[in-house]
Ligand binder design. Structure first.
Ligand code: MLT
Ligand code: ZN
Length: 454
């Protein structure tokens, strides 16, 4: 089917204004926000509901057109933008942005895949509820995208990754079959966990259209502290000590190099008079005021300087030093992004080995979610011809140390060729078999997660 005919068929379903064929209109859907991944879509189609998604998939299947589901396009591994081939239809889920009522008894809410995280937070917080996952790209990231990539973010230490916060899903398979697991019962032991399978499947198994989310009561009191320390080893020792506090919700680190970039990009004032090698941002939240228990836990700790935030304005001020790393890095260049987990004890050794592994081929900026040993290794200045060798050197070191080559960003297109470093041949074969069973023609998100059929 040629592009014009395909566009006509799709327009009959979603309306002509929601089929974008013009290059200018397609552009925001074709490049990710780091600028690293860019491609060309055959068309962009924007259905309004599940029934339209079913029809769109039916038409694309008939046209043998590969389909790339897309949420807020905030992914960091190239899984949300089309390839340069120009054959993929980008299926944007952003119009599915509805939300049902909060169910306080079940502690659940049902939302459309296109609802942004910040819109969900705006709905929940004034009513005393919270969704366990939070991340810096909250204003654009959609729940569907977060579920498809099993997003992690800043509060995994307390609430787990997105997977732990999803009770049920509605999804459409490549052949148009709707899987409705939206009941999201607390106990339901009836065979394969299809919801669990689809969380983190990166758009390769089905198009997610709605989700039943778990909610937690919003803790009434919060306190944050930015702590300056000597080294990454000192920061990990501090996190280990602070983990004894039940109210600890967030433990994020960054380094002097990253902070300098953030200050330059944002114009924010430095948090302390002097610069320090490593910074740890912690936040505690509870029904009671957690300030005393945080102060107690910090007594006698090896901290060079500290700033404490007792109200929301100050908390956001401190959080900005950590959260604005991604945009500061984007402004400084097109970072090569690696996102790894290491056992905490291995982390200082990894950081010390990094200059040797990079061998002058990149400037590293390390930051991330310290409690989980999740380091965002952002590299600037890498020559294109060195990128593969540099990535392999770092990821091999991580795998050898018992870590994961993708902590929270997923595999996407960027890491598909390194999947074997984290998964055995038998596991990859099992994943391929699942993919083929649910999407026999491999029409959904081709090239993402699994580079090929093997
Ligand atoms: C973050 O935690 O800010 C992002 O996941 C990291 C990144 O931009 O590399
Ligand atoms: Zn992160």
């Amino acid at each position: 089917m040629d592009a014009e005919r395909l566009a006509r068929h799709l327009a009959a379903v979603v309306g002509p204004t929601h089929v974008l064929a013009d290059a200018g209109l397609r552009a925001p859907y074709e490049t990710d926000f780091t600028g690293r991944y860019t491609g060309r879509a055959r068309l962009v189609v924007r259905p309004a509901d599940t029934a339209q998604v079913v029809e769109v998939l039916r038409i694309c299947r008939e046209a043998e057109a590969p389909v790339l589901p897309q949420g807020g396009n905030t992914g960091l591994v190239g899984g949300s933008v089309p390839t340069a081939a120009g054959d993929q239809v980008v299926l944007s889920l952003r119009r599915l942005d509805g939300a049902g009522p909060i169910d306080p008894d079940a502690r659940r809410i049902t939302v459309g895949a296109g609802l942004t995280l910040s819109a969900l937070q705006g709905r929940l917080r004034p009513r005393g509820w919270e969704f366990g996952v939070d991340l810096a790209s909250r204003d654009s990231a959609t729940l569907g995208g977060m579920i498809a990539t099993n997003a992690g973010g800043e509060r995994v230490l307390r609430y787990g990754t997105t997977r732990a916060n999803v009770a049920g899903l509605e999804a459409v398979l490549a052949d148009g079959t709707v899987l409705d697991r939206l009941a999201g019962l607390p106990k339901d032991n009836t065979g394969y966990d299809l919801t669990g399978l689809l969380v983190g499947s990166e758009g390769t198994l089905a198009v997610l259209t709605a989700a039943r989310l778990r909610l937690v009561p919003r803790p009434g009191h919060r306190v944050a502290a930015l702590l300056a320390v000597d080294s990454l080893a000192a920061a990990t020792a501090l996190v280990t000590r602070l983990r004894r506090i039940d109210s600890l919700e967030l433990a994020e680190f960054f380094t002097a190099e990253g902070l300098a970039l953030v200050l330059e990009h944002t114009g924010l004032p430095a948090p302390f008079r002097a610069a320090h090698p490593v910074y740890l941002l912690v936040e505690c939240a509870a029904r009671h005021d957690p300030a005393d228990e945080l102060a107690e836990a910090l007594e006698g700790a090896d901290v060079r300087d500290a700033a404490v935030a007792l109200d929301a304005v100050d908390r956001h001020r401190l959080a900005a030093y950590r959260e604005r790393h991604t945009e500061a890095l984007n402004a400084a260049g097109t970072p090569l992004k690696l996102d790894v987990t290491l056992p905490l004890a291995e982390l200082p050794g990894f950081a010390a080995a990094l200059p040797g592994l990079l061998d002058g081929r990149a400037r590293p900026y390390l930051f991330g979610h310290l409690a989980e040993g999740n380091v965002h290794v952002n590299l600037l200045g890498t020559a294109p011809e060195d990128e593969d060798a540099v990535s392999l050197a770092v990821l091999r070191r991580v795998a050898d140390a018992g870590g994961s080559i993708s902590a929270e960003h997923g595999i996407g297109r960027a890491k598909a060729r390194y999947l074997h470093l984290g998964r055995s041949a038998a596991e990859i074969a099992a994943m391929r078999a699942v993919k083929t069973a649910l999407d026999p023609a491999w029409l959904l998100s081709p090239g993402t997660l699994l580079a090929d059929r093997g």
